[in-house]
Design a protein. Structure first.
Length: 369
């Protein structure tokens, strides 16, 4: 302004000129902002950016797996995919019907090679190696295999393996794990990303041999990680979701993650330490216990055996009670027939109720958090 104005103008007049220019500039900027920087402007910009991202993702999107890509050579004698799906469903039904049963009660169940009760037809529960070999043969030697069949075999095989490790862990050998990994590398089922889900954990906790079941789970999940079928990030997300589950189940996962962490040589399982600290902090805040949870893998086996023994004693002692001359008497060696078993059973019920109450408190705490 000093260049534009003459030297004899009073400084106060210069100040008025500056204020006039500032007001005009401010009014024009405000007018332009109201006309252009609207909600519609930002929505248009965001929508354009979203369209660009979608187009870029579609260009890099992997093609859907075609059955012809897996076909090695057509063999008309290879197992039919429909037959395999029915067979796996039958075995899965048999295994899930056995949940929660003790080892002694399983003696009345049909073993491998017997017809599954409730399943029509001649479907049999076979050794897992034979089922997996037939599945691999079907995938590589059936030209009539469709995308629907591939998805069905992939999803059912994941559920089937979880149930098998829970109820028949002794049959999940290293060869079985290698075969199922080989099949999953061909099918790449999406269910592998949520392999360690609350449902699979609940099924695993129903095992009558928890130690063997969780060891097989650890072996399989680590092999999935090494074969790039289960990223560490997906496993971390699954474990974070598990924090909202029953405290007993989370304790089992705590021990399982410790076993998995001991195998880590790359450092990608470093999140396990943070997960354990977070869980122990929640556990201490609710229960006041600062120590890690007890080793439940071996204790669970003892509890199952103990419950089975209590039930047998109750039935045996009740059968030994005889009514003689209108008064109840017991056979020799059967004094105090019902007091001890009854107390022990009531204690078991109290422990179960306490676990459920603790799980409800934990869920409420996490929801508020």
């Amino acid at each position: 302004l000093d260049i534009l104005l003459s030297e004899d103008i009073h400084p106060a007049a210069k100040g008025v000129c500056v204020e006039i220019v500032l007001r005009n500039v401010r009014d024009k900027v405000d007018q332009w902002s109201k006309q252009n920087l609207t909600r519609q402007f930002f929505q248009t910009e965001y929508q354009g950016e979203l369209d660009r991202v979608i187009k870029a993702a579609e260009k890099n999107k992997p093609k859907q797996l075609e059955p012809k890509e897996l076909l090695v050579e057509h063999d008309p004698t290879a197992p039919l995919p429909s037959t395999l799906i029915i067979q796996i469903k039958s075995e899965l039904s048999y295994l899930l019907q056995s949940l929660g049963e003790t080892d002694s009660s399983k003696t009345a169940k049909p073993e491998y090679g017997a017809v599954v009760p409730g399943i029509t037809g001649s479907t049999e529960v076979r050794p897992p190696e034979q089922t997996l070999v037939d599945m691999l043969t079907c995938i590589q030697h059936r030209s009539d295999l469709t995308a629907v069949g591939i998805n069905g075999l992939g999803s059912l095989s994941v559920d089937w393996m979880v149930a098998l490790m829970s109820q028949k862990p002794e049959l999940v050998t290293d060869d079985v794990i290698k075969l199922i990994i080989r099949i999953w590398k061909l099918l790449v089922p999406a269910q592998l990303l949520t392999f360690l889900s609350p449902t699979s954990i609940m099924i695993a906790c129903q095992s009558y041999e928890p130690s063997a079941t969780w060891q097989k789970m650890s072996d399989l999940i680590y092999d999935l990680y090494e074969e790039n079928l289960l990223p560490s990030l997906a496993l971390e997300d699954a474990c974070t979701d598990i924090l909202t589950q029953d405290i007993y189940h989370v304790d089992m996962v705590y021990e399982f993650l410790e076993s998995l962490e001991s195998r880590d040589n790359s450092g990608e399982f470093g999140w396990i330490t943070v997960w354990k600290q977070e869980y122990l902090a929640i556990r201490e805040e609710i229960t006041g216990e600062s120590e890690p949870p007890e080793k439940k893998l071996d204790i669970a086996v003892q509890n199952v055996q103990r419950s089975s023994t209590i039930t047998k004693q109750t039935v045996q002692k009740s059968s030994n009670v005889a009514v003689y001359n209108g008064q109840e008497t017991s056979n020799d060696g059967c004094d105090d027939i019902s007091s001890t078993p009854k107390d022990e059973i009531e204690q078991e019920d109290e422990n179960l109720t306490a676990r459920k109450q603790f799980a409800a408190i934990l869920n409420g705490h996490l929801a508020n958090k």
